[in-house]
Design a binder for this molecule. Structure first.
Ligand SMILES: C[S@@+](CC[C@H](N)C(=O)[O-])C[C@H]1O[C@@H](n2cnc3c(N)ncnc32)[C@H](O)[C@@H]1O
Length: 352
């Protein structure tokens, strides 16, 4: 059975490596994303007044500022998804109609407090296994390259980290490449963090595990609070209500550079991810892979959710193969010295 699993993993990896090498995307999806970009730009132009109003309220730390940001983000994304259907014609209209039916409010079993602890743990471990099989972690590491400090350890705070699969792999890779990182993996659930802490201790990896609400980072702005060069969040954004994704982006971008990575929503992802998850042979993983692939974002949507926050000017959103959406936000002016961006630094990771 284990041998069959390994054979399947090797076959999946080969297919994914080919998809990455040739950056296979379906042309209708590409055309739809291009149209979506235009709709986002015109939407943002029309919302300038509201965006400025929310930014002013956030700047004054008004008690309802987060609620207003969340409401603006939710409304903007709903308008984008609605307007997109009217902005296309021909076969693209049918494709847009299908794409428009994908987003769902259904939640994942992993987020169900009644799910038995053993199943929760199993899903997290299978997700980690899937990331290894797909070769996801090295791709995420490469995206950190622009912010790696050369004269001191780079401080990374990972939000909604689960049991820290990404952080542990980051620490292993950093050790192998001689890169100095200080990694703090955080999550709401101590239960998950404890799983990662045991692995870190066993392997002697320099990863700290702390409970942290990803939606309230006010503790990071307190006097004497630790400063981070980069705040990351991998494969968790789709677990949050849309409005709160904007709040999380705002909170993180207020103090640090931001690297948020989630799955890329497309019909291809919808077919591929649950099929790969079937490899684990249990309903929990298949269900959550199916629901997540409907809840994932496309880059234009994450860009919109970031551009209603005051971090708009520092934001870039893009897709990386085989199927990830990346939101990258430069650090705010006055943040602790980010990485030395001079070319040729020996500590830089290669960018794909
Ligand atoms: C898909 S899992 C984690 C995936 C992990 N980042 C990875 O790449 O393997 C989503 C995580 O979000 C966490 N979470 C949900 N709401 C949260 C919140 N408000 N603050 C911090 N973590 C939260 C859950 O406990 C869960 O561990």
């Amino acid at each position: 059975m284990a041998a069959l699993g390994r054979t399947l993993d090797r076959a999946i990896r080969r297919v994914v490596d080919l998809a990455v090498a040739f950056d296979v995307t379906n042309p209708l999806q590409r055309a739809l994303d291009a149209r979506r970009r235009e709709v986002v730009e015109s939407l943002l132009a029309g919302e300038q007044g509201n965006v400025a109003d929310v930014a002013a309220r956030l700047g004054r730390a008004e008690p309802d500022a987060h609620d207003r940001l969340s409401a603006l983000a939710e409304r903007s994304l709903a308008v984008l998804r609605h307007d997109l259907r009217d902005a296309v014609s021909g076969p693209l209209r049918l494709y847009a109609a299908i794409d428009g039916r994908l987003p769902t409010r259904e939640s994942e079993l992993l987020d169900d407090p009644a799910l038995p602890a053993g199943m929760r743990r199993q899903i997290l471990e299978d997700l980690d296994h899937m990331n290894r099989t797909l070769g996801s972690y090295p791709r995420f590491l490469d995206l950190l390259a622009p912010w790696l400090a050369t004269d001191r350890p780079t401080r990374i705070l990972d939000l909604a980290a689960g049991h820290g699969g990404f952080d542990l792999e980051l620490a292993r890779e950093a050790r192998a490449r001689g890169i100095a990182l200080e990694i703090t993996a955080t999550d709401l659930k101590r239960e998950y963090l404890d799983i990662g802490r045991v692995v870190a201790e066993r392997e002697g990896l320099d990863v700290r595990f702390e409970v942290q609400d990803a939606l309230d980072l006010s503790n990071l702005r307190a006097p004497g609070a630790p400063r981070y060069d980069v705040i990351t969040c991998t494969q968790s954004l789709h677990h949050f209500p849309v409005g709160l994704v904007s709040v999380m982006i705002h909170e993180a971008a207020a103090t640090s550079a931001v690297l948020f990575i989630d799955g890329y929503r497309s019909l291809t992802t919808l077919l591929a991810v649950p099929s790969i998850a079937l490899r684990f042979g249990h309903y929990g993983m298949f269900h959550d892979a199916f629901v997540s692939s409907r809840r994932f974002f496309v880059p234009e949507e994450l860009r919109l959710l970031a551009c209603v926050t005051p971090a708009a000017e520092r934001t870039r959103a893009f897709r990386i193969p085989p199927g990830f959406t990346v939101l990258r936000i430069d650090p705010p002016t006055g943040a602790p010295a980010p990485a030395d961006r001079a070319a040729g630094s020996p500590r830089r990771l290669p960018v794909l």
